[in-house]
Structure formats: C-alpha cells, structure tokens
Design a protein around this ligand. Structure first.
Ligand SMILES: *Cc1c(COP(=O)(O)O)cnc(C)c1O
Ligand code: SF4
Length: 330
C-alpha cells in the first residue's frame, strides 16, 4: 500500500505523531496529513524544497526577514507532529540547522528599529520548556521597537496537555498572540477545547491559520464547522492558506478556483467574524497575497500569475488537469 511504500522509499522528511493525536483525533481524512503517502516522494512540476524563498531572506541562522516590519524567528526545528504538507519540511526535525545560539538574532532585531512584529515559529515553539520560552520573551520584550510578539503553534491541536495554567500565564505576561494551526473540526476535541478555553481564560489572544487541503477540508461544510468551532473557543480565524507548492504536496493542493469559490460561499453565508482571509503565499518570496476574485489571476499554461503588494508578478502552479479533477468532484 502507498503508506508502506512511502516508508520504504524513505519519506521526504521527519515523521512524528503524538500518541494523543493518533488516538483521539478521529477522522479518516486526517491520516494522510501525518502519515507519508507514496506521492510525497515525488517532485512535481512547479514544486520547490523552499517554496517561499525563505533561504534568500535569512538574516541570521534563526531569522527570516521578508517584510520590512515583521520577522520570522525560527526558535526550534522540533514539532511534536509533522504535517506532510509543511512549507518548512526542508528543515523541520533537523537539529543541525539550529546549532547556533539566538544572540546574533537578538542583536539583528535590536539593530533594525523598523521591526515591530516578531513571529516566533519553527518548528513549534510551544515544544520548548516554559523556561526556554521565557528567556526568548524577556529578550524580545526588552527591545522597545518590538510591539507585537506572536507564536505560531500546532500544539493545542496535537498536544493539548502541554497547555498548562503556568504556560498560559507566561504567554499573557509577555502579551503573546498565539497563531494556531488547525485544519479540521475533528481536531477540536474535548482536550483541545479545554486547552483553548484555558488560554482564553488567562487572557491570551488567539488567531488561527488553516491550510486548504484537497479532500480534507475543501468543502463549505468542513470549513464552516471548523471556523465556527474555533470562534466557540475564542480563536479568530485569520488565514485560509492556499497550500504552498512544497516538494511532494501535489496530492494536497486544490485549484485556486476552488479556494475562491469556497471563500465566497463563506462570505455569503456565515458570520464575518468566522471568515478568515484567503491568501496565496507568493512562491519565491513575494509575501502573502489576499485573493478575493478570479480577476486577480491570469492563467499561463499550468500556472496562475498574480501581483503582490509591490506590484511584482508571481506564479503559482495550478495544473489544468488537477483543475478538471476538482471540478468533477465539486
Ligand atoms: C506569514 C509571514 C509573516 C507574518 O505575516 P502576517 O501577514 O503579518 O501574518 C511574517 N514573515 C514571514 C516570512 C511570513 O511568511
Ligand atoms: S506544525 Fe507547522 S512547522 Fe510543524 S510540521 Fe506542521 S506545518 Fe510544519
């Protein structure tokens, strides 16, 4: 079967699943997001090992500086569960990428007074100890021009028992916004809802990011259930991300047309508070581009061309064949 073949071939990147996620999050479609499939081993047309061109914007060993006023602080390569569609699959789970200390990174942020927003990511920063997190937060809060501190994490979905009152207090003390990764309503188990409620009771602000995934959450019903479920635990849906063309991700990507149809159906039907912004992260490093209408996109063969905030043109692989397959199912 395709899973054992993928294992034998050597999956493209790290494999890891928490016992909690494998035992308590029950939905057949979620299996392929954590267990490698045969298709993961291929490099399909238009795919990259570094789809967002992050390596070209690496300012220090731990810092990606793509936009002027915000930076991505890669605090750890470790995740408790590895998503098979991860944009950073080239580096997650590989400790050798993170040998140096954070000192150079703090200095860089100190010296760049245009930086207002630090998004601590990885890997998953909430897999660090409270003490290690506090060390980072103390240093960042000590930099007067840093206004916003965010942490990107999938821990509430895959390891909700990590969310303790002590952690919640710590996050609140340093006014951290949590940007949580959720892809399906089945992830909102009793344990996960408990974890989100605990964070909310401690005053931690939370937003969510959802990757649009073929046959997993690419229907109005699936997205509506997820976004309403998130609102119920005080998490504001922030981004619905078109899946990045990372190596071996073709089986996860929907057409952009489908994404537009879905987001429009949500806008017309559910509370605006529950509707995230649909974005394509421009491959090659153009930044996130909100997509609201097909008039923003121009087809060139199997690619879609669109403009980023600077008026530069980027292309996203959107094979016509997959497009037709999508239309048959929709
Ligand atoms: C997504 C991202 C951010 C944060 O972007 P927002 O649109 O402000 O949420 C910052 N830096 C990089 C490199 C990113 O990919
Ligand atoms: S949790 Fe985030 S960083 Fe970790 S594997 Fe999933 S998408 Fe990648």
């Amino acid at each position: 079967m395709s899973e054992s073949y993928a294992m034998e071939q050597g999956a493209s990147f790290s494999i890891g699943i928490t016992p909690y996620y494998s035992q308590h999050v029950e939905h057949p479609a979620l299996r392929k997001t954590i267990i490698p499939q045969e298709t993961e081993c291929r490099l399909n047309p238009g795919e990259w090992t570094d789809p967002l061109g992050e390596e070209n914007h690496r300012a220090t060993p731990h810092l990606i500086h793509t936009y002027p006023d915000k930076v991505l602080f890669l605090a750890t390569p470790f995740c408790s569960t590895y998503c098979r569609y991860c944009t950073r699959s080239r580096m997650v789970g590989k400790p050798q990428e993170y040998r140096s200390t954070y000192e150079e990174t703090y200095k860089y942020i100190e010296q760049h007074s245009e930086i207002r927003d630090v998004l601590i990511s990885g890997g998953d920063p909430l897999t660090l100890s409270d003490a290690a997190l506090e060390d980072i937060l103390i240093r960042l809060r000590g930099i007067s021009h840093v206004n916003i501190i965010r942490i990107g994490s999938k821990v509430p979905a895959v390891l909700p028992m990590r969310i303790t009152p002590a952690l919640a207090k710590l996050l609140r003390r340093y006014r951290v916004w949590l940007s949580l990764h959720f892809i399906h309503e089945a992830e909102l188990t009793e344990e996960t809802r408990f974890a989100c409620n605990l964070l909310s009771e401690h005053g931690v602000s939370m937003i969510s990011q959802t990757v649009l995934l073929k046959d997993i959450n690419d229907s109005s019903a699936a997205l509506t259930q997820l976004f309403y479920g998130l609102i119920q635990v005080d998490v504001k849906p922030y981004y619905l991300l078109q899946c990045d063309p990372v190596k071996g991700s073709a089986h996860f990507r929907t057409s952009v047309k489908k994404g537009i149809e879905l987001i429009r159906s949500l806008h017309g039907n559910i509370s605006g508070l529950a509707v995230p912004q649909y974005v394509i992260d421009a491959p090659g490093g153009g930044g996130k581009v909100p997509i609201i209408h097909s008039s923003q996109l121009k087809r060139e063969g199997d690619d879609l061309l669109f403009e980023n905030h600077e008026g530069k043109i980027y292309r996203y692989p959107d094979p016509l064949k997959a497009h037709q397959d999508n239309e048959v199912v929709s």
